[in-house]
Design a protein around this ligand. Structure first.
Ligand SMILES: [Zn+2]
Ligand SMILES: [Zn+2]
Length: 262
């Protein structure tokens, strides 16, 4: 049994075939999934998907790309949205200085508001970070000094400093299909160094389909290919990897109930 810890079921590539996407996931051994909020004005659609399926949970957040339109200054709206049984995480949030669709200062401000929401609710922070290793580390460490909060680095592609910082803060690290890409040798080296009890797997679908589905629309079923590669890197069986990442998911996202996968 696998859990896809990060997908976007509300995006048009997947939303048009919701029943098919969920059926194929189940056939592939993917028993549950977390569909991620990226905009507050889309949040009700995301939450509605989680309400329709017992084995789908959701998060609430504003993606760093959207910070210039929807960036949050306070945790209030995020916290209010968590008063629902299927909302189990805060994000995705963070810093994206690669695309930089929003000004850096607005990304930072919104990131800090999400951290405050995570601290207030105790729900895990889902961090997106790209080309912003140093700034991400500085903010996480400074904010952790004001009071602890749980979380994960999603779609991990950063250097060893971010991994070290995340692990020291008690965070988890989620690996996407990028780990199967030919050019991702550095990432594969990094994954070998992450303890098995801190690893999660994800698709980030509809993007980043793993080999051998590369170039297709990604969907939760394909997380099995990523899990197989991570198992190989960690030197464990696929079964052990599934068991560990699933246990890790429910330990981190403690509001999600495992029996809802049945
Ligand atoms: Zn992301
Ligand atoms: Zn995402």
């Amino acid at each position: 049994m696998l859990i896809d810890s990060h997908c976007h079921l509300d995006f048009p590539e997947l939303a048009g075939d919701e029943a098919g996407v969920l059926a194929r996931a189940r056939t592939a051994g993917v028993a549950g999934m977390l569909t991620i909020g990226t905009r507050l004005d889309q949040f009700e659609r995301v939450r509605a998907i989680a309400e329709r399926h017992s084995n789908v949970w959701c998060s609430v957040g504003v993606h760093p790309h959207e910070a210039k339109e929807e960036g949050q200054r306070t945790p209030d709206r995020l916290v209010a949205a968590t008063h629902h049984p299927k909302v189990v995480g805060i994000g995705e949030t963070g810093l994206d200085f690669y695309y930089q669709h929003s000004p850096r200062d607005e990304q930072v401000e919104s990131f800090r508001a999400h951290i405050a929401a995570s601290r207030q609710t105790g729900l895990p922070l889902i961090v997106h970070t790209r080309d912003a290793d140093r700034e991400t580390i500085d903010i996480l460490e400074e904010e952790a000094g004001k009071g602890a909060f749980p979380g994960l680095i999603h779609c991990f592609t950063s250097g060893p400093e971010v991994a070290r910082c995340a692990l020291a803060l008690g965070f988890y690290i989620s690996i996407s299909g990028i780990v199967t890409f030919k050019a991702a040798e550095d990432l594969r080296g990094g994954v070998r160094d992450i303890p098995l009890d801190r690893l999660l797997v994800e698709t980030d679908s509809p993007y980043l389909a793993p080999v051998p589905k590369r170039g297709k629309t990604n969907e939760p079923a394909y997380v099995a290919h990523t899990a197989a590669k991570v198992a190989e890197l960690k030197g464990v069986s696929v079964g052990e990897l599934e068991e560990a990442t699933t246990a890790n998911f429910f330990r981190l996202f403690a509001k999600a109930e495992r029996q809802q996968c049945a």
